[in-house]
Design a protein around this ligand. Structure first.
Ligand code: 6PG
Length: 627
């Protein structure tokens, strides 16, 4: 898993770079190149004549060394020794290198180095140049700084330790998801650094305790000190943030920034709002830090065994984290990773947001089926048995866990009977609903599922309303009709979800591949299902699943049951907001001549908003004086 790396040993002339470079080369078993031998004759002449080199003199030399580094990295790691006194020189030396770069800065005082130079008579570097070197020296911020009062053997020992102990990936935030992802990375053989903040009395030694708890983390490095955490990683650093979305994410980025270096990559694996992700990426770009907003689905178990990952951001940055994300992701039926590059900044979190919108509906539909089956007189065990039978035709992760939920008992009663019926949320369904409204796309099921959660929160009012308006009418339905209505509503849900993604893709100029999205949702994520597996093929042929012949036939077959179930539930006064909305949506969508002409007439009547005519193909807008 380890990639080649470049080690630049820098410092003013006479500091002992060549000696250290050579010894380090023997110690690490990698080649070493002395930058002094790559100077042009003109540069050597100048230095011998004690004339300081200027930036123009150095430009070609630095480019030569940069090319040397790139050439070497194709086959091996290497050490290059050169003064690299200014930050801009180091930028040239780093240019176009994707592999980890380490800067070793040999640090000594002017007096100390002067003495060394004066003791040497074979070197073209005159001690007179030393003062000018110190004048232009910009000490590197991010480097392994070594005090040259140590003996060369001590220096090389120290360097070996620091260079070989660098890890390749960092995990920031050891909540439930962070811990699972960290273990997943370690199990795949990556060397990782993990970090959790220190909060006295509340979060103490979280990272160290976590490392000690799991065998697979024995080679990992654990920190609660931010600077050491950042310094423990190879450059460019790849740090996955697993923290709460919102202000905390911004605070964490702010805390990390002073320690990061150009080219480092932050991956936000939280459920962040895609607009925030875009803003963060733009802000960090100004600081030459890459930001990959990655949707991660699968909960605790998915994160450990393989989640579905939806990364967005600059492609160059994604390429550097791709091997890690693909290795930890779930695998589809063809053993391909359930991780794919989604598109530019914000697109990964957008797609994850819609994933959650689809998730809200899938959950709500199962909740509604529970209401119907309960009203028909079934207890939780009986409902579990019915759901188990549904697995044959409509299997999904959510169906499986819901069946398990109904079987769970506490004492003599089912646990589900003891859970307060107020559904929480963390915001993604809300954002999806706002976004779809803003884009002018009717994702009505997502809104219905979100509002059903909000309605559930009126617990006290609902109790009172029940005494005024409630009823206990038993619906007359068979189990197969309910299954068909459920499948029908799920198809409409998936149609709306993919439609929203497809339209948003056009609005934002993201080049989205819906079939590929469906593919990465076939495993690892909360909405994985047999239907999703079918949609991978369907979406290869059409972005609109309701135009695909297979789906059209299926919807036609299922719709009579949806009509029956919804009608019967309306008569039984049962709340089936998403089931009925699925039907209502299809009825509206399948109405060739709708009542919207009346809306247009009304708008024109009271506000002269004009209307188009079906007998005027030009599309021109007309106004009528209605009175
Ligand atoms: C997932 C889930 C996950 C999570 C949400 C919960 O894909 O793993 O979507 O991200 O369940 O945090 O969302 P609500 O709290 O809004 O239901």
């Amino acid at each position: 898993m380890k990639s080649n790396k470049i080690i630049y040993v820098m410092g003013v002339s006479g500091v002992g770079k060549s000696t250290i470079g050579e010894l380090l080369s023997q110690k690490l078993g990698i080649p070493y190149f002395d930058g002094d031998y790559y100077h042009s004759k003109a540069n050597v002449d100048k230095m011998t004549a004690a004339i300081p080199l200027n930036d123009d003199d150095r430009q070609a030399w630095l480019e030569t060394l940069n090319n040397l580094a790139k050439e070497q990295l194709k086959t091996n790691s290497c050490i290059i020794v050169c003064s690299a006194l200014k930050q801009k020189y180091r930028v040239i030396l780093n240019a176009g290198i994707d592999e980890p770069i380490h800067w070793v800065y040999l640090k000594g005082s002017y007096e100390q180095i002067k003495q060394r130079i004066e003791a040497r008579d074979d070197h073209y570097m005159s001690s007179k140049l030393l003062a000018s070197q110190f004048e232009i020296l910009e000490e590197p911020k991010d480097c392994i700084a070594i005090d040259i009062t140590l003996s060369p053997t001590e220096i090389v020992e120290k360097l070996k330790k620091q260079l070989t102990e660098k890890t390749e990936f960092g995990l920031f935030g050891l909540g439930v998801m962070g811990k699972s992802l960290a273990r997943n990375l370690a199990q795949k053989g990556f060397s990782i650094s993990v970090f959790n903040r220190h909060v006295a009395g509340i979060e103490e030694n979280v990272a160290v305790n976590f490392k000690n708890e799991f065998e697979e983390l024995s080679d990992s490095l654990a920190f609660d000190d931010l600077q050491s955490f950042v310094n423990s990683m190879e450059r460019p650093r790849k740090i996955m943030l697993m923290v709460n979305a919102g202000k905390i994410t911004d605070a964490v980025i702010g805390d990390l920034l002073p320690y990061l270096s150009e080219g480092d990559i932050l991956i936000d694996g939280g459920n962040s709002n895609y607009r925030d992700t875009k803003e963060r990426a733009d802000y960090l770009k100004l600081k030459y830090i890459y930001f990959v907003g990655a949707g991660v689905s699968g909960g605790e178990e998915g994160a450990l065994k393989g989640p579905s990952i939806m990364p967005g951001g600059e492609l160059a940055a994604y390429k550097k984290v791709q091997p890690y994300l693909e290795a930890i992701a779930a695998k589809d039926k063809n053993d391909l990773p359930c991780c794919t590059y989604i598109g530019e900044e914000g697109s990964g979190h957008f797609v994850k947001m819609v994933h959650n919108g689809i998730e809200y509906v899938e959950m709500q539909l199962l909740g509604e089926i529970y209401s119907v089956l309960t009203a028909m007189g079934n207890n939780p065990d009986e409902i579990a048995a019915i759901l188990e039978s549904y697995k044959l035709t409509a299997n999904s992760y959510l169906l499986e866990i819901t069946e398990a939920i109904f079987r769970k008992k506490e004492g003599n009663d089912w646990l589900v009977n003891k859970i307060m019926d107020k559904a929480g949320n963390k915001g993604t369904g809300n954002w999806t609903t706002i976004t779809t409204a803003e884009l002018g796309i009717p994702s009505t099921l997502i809104a219905s599922a979100l509002f059903a959660r909000y309605t559930s929160f009126y617990k006290e009012e609902r109790i009172e309303a029940h005494s005024n308006f409630g009823s206990n009418i038993q619906p007359d339905l068979d189990i197969k009709a309910i299954l068909d209505a459920y499948q029908f509503a799920r198809i409409i849900n998936h149609y709306q979800g993919f439609k929203l993604i497809s339209e948003a893709g056009k609005a934002h100029n993201w080049n989205l591949n819906l079939s590929e999205l469906a593919r990465i949702w076939t495993n690892g994520c909360i909405i994985k299902s047999d239907l999703m597996v079918d949609l991978v093929e369907v979406l290869k042929e059409s972005d609109n699943i309701l135009t695909h012949s297979k789906i059209v036939e299926l919807v036609k077959t299922l719709k009579p049951s949806a009509n029956k179930v919804v009608s019967e539930c309306v008569l039984a006064e049962l709340p089936i907001t998403s089931l009925s909305e699925a039907l209502q949506f299809l009825n509206s969508y399948a109405t060739a001549n709708s009542s919207a002409n009346i809306i247009q007439a009304q708008r024109d009547f009271f506000g002269a908003h004009t209307y188009q005519r079906i007998d005027d193909a030009s599309g021109k807008f007309h106004h009528t004086n209605w009175k």
